[in-house]
Design a protein around this ligand. Structure first.
Ligand code: ZN
Length: 182
């Protein structure tokens, strides 16, 4: 599977840290406590925190319904909070603790933030059995675009080139030659 290849390519040898410490237990318990608070406020039961050097630098609860924002998941809210507090968007020194295994959106957000480690409580299967669509979205990503439930229409070539022109302008303005990330 392509996913396994990516993991093998990017994870340094011996960098796997196993879940064991008392610190991990305290932080995942806090993420679960946030999920409980979210539920108590009428939200969905998800909570997440980001920890840097043993300090909580970001907290999030699901606020999708409250904010009418389908991206306001607990992990995303924790990343936004950490970004404001740390005044940076990359958190290469952080650990994400999520009350449940992240959905594809939140997992991708962790990659965008360069978070090197994730600890979670309930699994994607638990979440799916609770009526959330995470597992179905993971399956959507695993199939070719033409087989996904959302129609993805590619524009004509002239339109692609007009859009590409904007991308090229960005690349041309960079101080160093761009490194393609294929
Ligand atoms: Zn999510």
């Amino acid at each position: 599977m392509a996913q396994v290849q990516v993991e093998a390519l990017n994870r340094p040898e011996g960098s796997r840290v196993s879940y064991s410490s008392q610190e991990d237990q305290q932080f995942i318990d806090y993420a679960i406590e946030l999920s409980r608070r979210s539920l108590a406020k009428g939200g969905t039961p998800f909570g997440a925190i980001i920890v840097v050097n043993g300090i909580v630098v970001g907290e999030g609860q699901s606020r999708v319904v409250e904010l009418r924002d389908p991206t306001a998941h607990a992990e995303v809210m924790a990343l936004r909070d950490a970004g404001v507090r740390l005044e940076r968007h990359l958190i290469e020194d952080g650990v994400m603790y999520a009350s449940s295994e992240p959905c594809p959106l939140c997992l991708s957000a962790c990659y965008w933030a360069r978070i090197p480690r994730l600890v979670f409580g309930a699994t994607t299967r638990d979440v799916a059995e609770s009526g959330f669509e995470d597992l179905q979205f993971y399956r959507q990503l695993a199939v070719p675009a033409e087989r996904r439930s959302m129609v993805e229409d590619r524009s004509d070539e002239a339109t692609r080139l007009r859009s590409l022109d904007v991308l090229r302008s960005w690349v041309d303005a960079l101080p160093e030659p761009v490194v393609p990330k294929l």
